[in-house]
Design a binder for this molecule. Structure first.
Ligand code: SF4
Ligand code: SF4
Length: 138
């Protein structure tokens, strides 16, 4: 049902270990694009509270890389845990992969495919076989 109705491809399993890694290397997708322009980010900081908590620490081919100012550098805990934004409460979501991101190696969560890879492969193979048979018959 999740795959067909909600168009989801992954189950989230596991739980947060509180390592803080996901708060120190952040890409931000704003509507359809990953932020890669410092000027645009400055404008957005005035509009969205989540952005005002971020600082730019780098940039790569994917976009700007941020660190959150609310992360306690010593304890690796969120200083505003109770009031943290919805995006942090929902992390990690599969949109992360669509952006080109990944979970950190130490993350306590895992994203498991809802439909196993071999089932997807079988489905594609059967579809291709049907196509070939149709061509041969015509
Ligand atoms: S608000 Fe808290 S949970 Fe969200 S990115 Fe910042 S430190 Fe992490
Ligand atoms: S990287 Fe994973 S385990 Fe570490 S704080 Fe983020 S969600 Fe939790």
């Amino acid at each position: 049902m999740w795959a067909n109705v909600f168009r989801k491809h992954y189950w989230r399993t596991g739980k947060c270990k509180g390592c803080g890694q996901c708060c120190t290397h952040i890409y931000v997708k704003h509507f359809k694009h990953v932020l890669n322009d410092e000027k645009e980010f400055e404008k957005l900081q005035g509009l969205f509270s989540f952005y005002s908590g971020l600082k730019i620490i780098g940039k790569d081919e994917l976009g700007l890389i941020f660190e959150c100012k609310h992360l306690d550098a010593e304890t690796k805990r969120c200083k505003i845990h109770f009031w943290r934004p919805p995006i942090c409460r929902r992390y990690p979501q599969e949109e992360l992969f669509a952006m080109g991101g990944t979970l950190s190696d130490d993350c306590g969560f895992k994203m498991e495919p809802i439909i196993p890879f071999k089932d997807v492969l079988n489905k594609i193979q059967k579809k291709e076989e049907r196509k070939i048979k149709k061509i041969i018959r015509s």
